[in-house]
Design a protein around this ligand. Structure first.
Ligand SMILES: [Zn+2]
Length: 247
């Protein structure tokens, strides 16, 4: 990870030097033209100097293409896809790149990547479209799961990344609900329709209520209502204010 980041940063720097090399050469020509205007002060020399200056400014403008800005800065982290039993690598890669360009998604991916998580595409053997195995450090995505369109795939993987990035504290009803709420928030932003705080709160309340109804008895997952997930997400730098104190 670190090696890849350094390598990209060197490439961007080299590109920048190469791009700046062209105007620097032209500038030398301008200096000599300006020197010429000093000796005679003739109009034609001044016009030549102005023409050179225009050329230099133009070359600077041409030498600042978008790709240099796009490749500068740290390379986004992502998770390796180590197995694809269903031919879904392109779809999962696309979802991962959406998540990694989201400010909150990037935090989740970075932590999951540091913990050594990988992604496998195959049957989860359950009703869930995806599962997180905290022991094997892998997220399994069933690309053929019903209703798993591009938006839901991003939301589902982001949900699993909440589990993966906070895998030291087990699971709970609150963690399941928050994972879905955060996953939806990331997917909606990636889809160009970010939630307001009020919408995020309403979304979370409904999700929690649905999960609670699905888990009869005490309403807990793995016997617990809460496993400290709200504080864990807050410490990762995620905005939990729309979810805190509403249930
Ligand atoms: Zn879950």
């Amino acid at each position: 990870m670190a090696i890849s980041g350094i390598s990209r940063s060197v490439t961007a720097s080299a590109l920048q030097k190469a791009a700046l090399g062209s105007p620097a050469t032209s500038q030398t020509a301008t200096s000599s033209a300006s020197g010429g205007s000093g000796t005679g002060g003739s109009t034609s020399l001044l016009l030549n100097a102005l023409a050179d200056l225009t050329a230099v400014l133009q070359s600077y403008a041409n030498a600042s293409p978008g790709p240099i800005l796009a490749t500068s800065g740290p390379a986004p982290e992502t998770l390796p896809i180590t197995k694809d039993a269903q031919g879904g690598t392109a779809k999962v890669s696309n979802a991962l790149s959406q998540i990694t360009t989201d400010p909150e998604g990037q935090k989740l991916i970075q932590l999951a990547e540091q913990k050594g998580y990988k992604i496998e595409i195959g049957s989860t053997g359950e009703k869930a479209a995806a599962t997180t195995d905290s022991k094997a450090k892998k997220i399994v995505v069933d690309i053929n799961a019903k209703g798993l369109d591009s938006y839901n795939l991003t939301a589902t993987i982001a949900h699993e990344l909440v589990h993966a990035s906070t895998d030291g504290n087990g699971d709970s009803l609150l963690e399941e609900s928050l994972s879905t709420a955060v996953g939806n928030r990331i997917a909606k932003r990636a889809d160009g329709r970010p939630e307001t705080a009020a919408e995020a709160t309403a979304d979370f309340k409904k999700i929690y209520s649905d999960y609670k109804a699905a888990y009869k008895g005490d309403g807990a997952v793995n016997g617990r209502q809460d496993n400290g997930i709200l504080k864990a997400l807050q410490s990762l730098g995620l905005d939990v204010s729309p979810f805190a104190g509403v249930i």
